[in-house]
Design a protein around this ligand. Structure first.
Ligand SMILES: Cc1cc2nc3c(=O)[nH]c(=O)nc-3n(C[C@H](O)[C@H](O)[C@H](O)COP(=O)(O)OP(=O)(O)OC[C@H]3O[C@@H](n4cnc5c(N)ncnc54)[C@H](O)[C@@H]3O)c2cc1C
Length: 369
C-alpha cells in the first residue's frame, strides 16, 4: 500500500463512508481508497436501531429522508442485498401539550413536502399497538412510510457495489496524519503507509473531530453513549409493529426477527426499564438476551455537519448526525460525491456546513431521540 495514490481518500467505512464511495463510483470516480481502522460498519453504524423516518422538524432533514427512502426501498433490486427494510411506520407518543403542538406543526410541514404523516387519537394508537399503556398521553403522530432496516446490510451493499467498480477498501488501516502544504492536501499517512491524494473525505463518525483536527478544522462532535437491548420474544405484540417512541422519555422499540429491540437515553437497563415498563407493561415478562452500546455523534444543534472546509481545500466531511446518521447515508453520500465531482447537487446540503456556527446560523433539529 505504501506509495499508493488515489483521487480521493475516504476515512471511515460506516454507512457514510461506504455510501460516499458508492456514489463516487456511480459518478465515474473509481480511483478511490477507503480506509477503515477496524472493519466495515464496526462503528456506530452496526450499533444503530436502523430507524428510517421522515418525521423531522427541519425541512432539510425531511427532504433528506424522502430522497434516502427511495434508495432504501429499491436497495435489494439495485444492489442485490436484502436490507430487511420494513415499512411499518414510526409512531411518536406525546405526553405534553407543547409536544402535541410541535408535532402538529411538523406534520403540517411534512405534509407540504409530500410526507404522509398524520396525528392520531389514542384510540387509533391502540389499534396499531393494543398493548400500550396510554395513560398520560396527550396525542401521537404516525407515518406509515417510515420504517427500519439493517444498517450492516446497507454497508455491505454499498461497499460491494463500490469495490466492483474499482474502489479499493482497506480494513484495519488507520489514517494517522493528513499531509498539507499551504492549503493543499498532499496525501495521508496511515498505519500501513502513505497514500498520495489531493482530496480527503472524513466520514469517521465520532472520531471525526480528531481526524479534522489533523488539518486544523474544528468539527464540534461529541460522542454520547447509547444502549440498546434485545429480547428474543415479543409477547402478544402485532406482527406489523410500528417503530414506537415515547418521545419525552426517549424509550423506543421495534421488531427484530422474532423478538424486539428497545433502547432509551439511560445507560442502564434499570433506567430504561422505568419508562419502558410503564409504557409497554408486557416487557416485564420478556427475557433480555443481549445488550450493546454505541455512540450518537452529537452536534451542538442536533443537525448534521456536512460540507467542505475552506482551508485546506478538498477536505470534505460528514458527521454530527445526532442519532439519525444511518438513515441519512444515501442522500449525504450522494451530496459529498457530487461536491467532489463539482456538479449541481441533487439536494443542496450547504446549510449543514460546519461553519454555520461561526456565522451564527445554527439550525436546531427538535425531534432527536
Ligand atoms: C444505539 C444507537 C441507535 C441508533 N439508532 C439509529 C437509528 O435508528 N437511525 C439512524 O439513522 N441512526 C441511528 N443511530 C445513529 C447512527 O448509528 C449513526 O449516526 C451512523 O451510523 C453514523 O455513520 P457513520 O458512517 O458516520 O459513522 P460510523 O458508523 O461510526 O463509522 C465511522 C468509521 O470511521 C472509522 N474511523 C474513525 N477514525 C478513523 C481513522 N482515523 N482511520 C480510519 N478509520 C477511522 C471507525 O472505525 C468507524 O468504523 C444510532 C446510534 C446508536 C449508538
Amino acid at each position: 500500500m505504501n506509495g499508493e495514490s488515489a483521487s480521493v481518500v475516504i476515512i471511515g467505512g460506516g454507512a457514510m463512508g461506504t455510501s460516499t464511495a458508492h456514489h463516487l463510483a456511480e459518478l465515474g470516480v473509481t480511483d478511490v481508497v477507503l480506509c477503515e481502522r477496524n472493519t466495515l460498519g464496526s462503528g456506530s453504524t452496526s450499533k444503530a436501531a436502523g430507524g428510517i423516518r421522515a418525521q423531522f422538524t427541519d425541512e432539510l432533514n425531511i427532504r433528506i429522508a424522502l430522497l434516502s427512502l427511495v434508495e432504501f426501498r429499491n436497495f435489494k433490486e439495485r444492489f442485490g442485498v436484502d436490507i430487511d427494510f420494513r415499512e411499518v411506520g414510526y409512531l411518536f407518543l406525546l405526553d405534553s401539550d407543547e409536544d402535541v403542538q410541535r408535532f402538529s406543526q411538523a406534520v403540517a410541514l411534512q405534509g407540504s413536502l409530500g410526507v404522509l404523516s398524520t396525528e392520531l387519537t389514542l384510540d387509533e394508537v391502540l389499534e396499531l399497538v393494543p398493548q400500550l399503556e396510554t395513560e398520560g398521553l396527550r396525542g401521537a403522530t404516525y407515518c406509515p412510510r417510515d420504517g427500519h432496516a439493517t444498517p450492516e446490510a446497507v454497508v455491505r451493499g454499498y461497499a460491494a457495489a463500490a469495490a466492483e467498480k474499482g474502489v479499493r477498501i482497506h480494513q484495519g488501516v488507520e489514517v494517522t496524519r493528513i499531509l498539507v502544504l499551504g492549503n493543499k492536501i498532499l496525501g495521508v499517512e496511515t498505519s500501513a503507509g502513505r497514500i498520495k491524494t489531493d482530496t480527503v473525505v472524513c466520514t469517521a463518525g465520532v472520531g471525526s473531530r480528531e481526524v479534522a483536527a489533523l488539518v486544523g478544522v474544528d468539527l464540534p462532535v461529541i460522542g454520547e453513549p447509547r444502549w440498546m437491548h434485545y429480547t428474543p420474544e415479543s409477547g402478544s405484540l402485532p406482527e406489523k409493529l410500528p417503530l414506537t417512541i415515547d418521545f419525552s422519555s426517549g424509550f423506543y422499540f421495534h421488531r427484530e426477527g422474532p423478538g424486539l429491540v428497545f433502547g432509551g437515553r439511560e445507560p442502564t437497563i434499570e433506567g430504561v426499564a422505568t419508562h419502558a415498563t410503564r409504557r409497554l407493561p408486557l416487557l416485564v415478562d420478556l427475557p433480555i438476551q443481549s445488550s450493546w452500546w454505541g455512540y450518537y455523534e452529537m452536534s451542538p444543534d442536533h443537525n448534521a455537519l456536512v460540507g467542505e472546509a475552506a482551508d485546506p481545500s478538498r477536505f470534505l466531511y460528514a458527521t454530527g448526525f445526532s442519532g439519525h446518521g444511518f438513515q441519512q447515508c444515501p442522500a449525504v453520500g450522494e451530496y459529498l460525491a457530487e461536491r467532489i465531482v463539482g456538479i449541481i447537487p441533487t439536494l443542496n446540503l450547504s446549510a449543514f456546513s460546519a461553519d454555520r456556527f461561526a456565522r451564527g446560523e445554527s439550525r436546531e433539529e427538535q425531534f432527536v431521540i
